[in-house]
Design a protein around this ligand. Structure first.
Ligand SMILES: NC(=O)c1ccc[n+]([C@@H]2O[C@H](COP(=O)([O-])OP(=O)(O)OC[C@H]3O[C@@H](n4cnc5c(N)ncnc54)[C@H](OP(=O)(O)O)[C@@H]3O)[C@@H](O)[C@H]2O)c1
Length: 261
């Protein structure tokens, strides 16, 4: 397909894994629309990618925790672009005692991780269905495979993304839209994440991933039509094999260390 006339949309594109996705796509000569929160230097990131890889880039700054913003953004995207790749990467979490978490903290995680992912996918699907071949990649987490105390809402939201992606994959399997999900473990994406991983001790550091390698592997696997992309196969196997009565306290204790540190 002539990707010169079609675009990939990446949310959370200004930094971390999202930016790495943008670079991996641009390296393959794919035009990209970058989405991020305002004031993240997105214009500069977008222009630098366009110049470095000689692809077309556009950008849109938006707070994805607000439903009306999400709808406005998808209207803009559908009006102006043919979209053949959607990467729902924006997502956030954190570590807190549930009682200490504010309403805003909980709401933000649910709105960005659950609402925005579902709504963007829903609103862009008609556009994706019009393309000769289209792809959706949703970013879940290794945390989707176990409930975790002191994180509570985040792993639950990532379990939602995993389940949503697999269900949609099955529903769309006879169409031109291929749906995939990736469940990465910890990645060195920003100073906050790095600091948190350090506090988790040996277990946290053991499975640390490079976001650039994760992004480039994911894009390759997406085009090979891998519906569940494994970036930490050993951790995944351990998570799958361990019974819940072992992994739940194990994971929770690792996170408790983070709070106590
Ligand atoms: N880092 C890890 O260890 C790890 C492990 C497993 C899964 N993941 C998942 O991988 C994805 C990217 O993680 P990351 O570590 O690269 O990101 P991050 O540094 O934790 O930043 C959060 C991401 O979500 C976006 N975002 C947050 N709130 C938003 C809002 N209200 N509106 C719009 N965008 C918002 C940010 O994009 P902008 O700053 O560009 O606006 C950013 O990409 C997330 O879904 C995360 O859950 C990360």
């Amino acid at each position: 397909m002539n990707t010169k006339e079609s675009f990939a949309v990446v949310t959370g594109a200004s930094q971390g894994l999202g930016k790495a996705f943008v670079e991996s796509l641009a390296r393959k000569n794919i035009n990209v629309i970058l989405i991020s929160l305002p004031n993240q230097h997105l214009k500069e990131v977008s222009e630098a990618i366009s110049e470095k890889y000689n692809v077309k880039t556009y950008y849109y700054e938006v707070d994805l925790s607000i439903k009306e913003n999400v709808l406005q953004m998808t209207v803009w995207l559908n009006k102006l672009f043919d979209i053949h790749i959607l990467i729902n990467n924006a997502g956030l979490g954190g570590t807190k005692k549930f009682l200490d978490a504010s309403f805003g903290y909980i709401d933000n995680i649910l709105q960005v991780n659950v609402m925005a992912t579902s709504l963007i996918t829903h609103q862009l699907l008609p556009n994706l269905l019009k393309q000769p071949q289209a792809y959706i990649l949703n970013v879940s987490s290794m945390a989707a495979f176990s409930p975790i105390g002191f994180k509570t809402v985040y792993p639950a939201s990532k379990t939602f993304i995993h389940s949503f992606s697999r269900g949609l994959h099955e529903e769309l399997k006879d169409t031109n839209v291929f749906v995939s999900v990736v469940n990465p473990g910890a990645m060195k994406t920003n100073s906050d994440v790095c600091e948190r991983i350090e506090k988790q001790g040996f277990l946290g550091r053991l499975t640390l991933l490079d976001p650039n390698k994760v992004a480039s592997y994911c894009i390759d696997q997406l085009f090979k039509k891998d519906s569940v992309i494994m970036v930490n196969p050993i951790s995944w196997l351990v998570m799958k094999m361990l019974p819940i009565w072992i992994k739940l306290p194990l994971m929770t204790n690792a996170i408790r260390k983070e709070i106590e540190a």
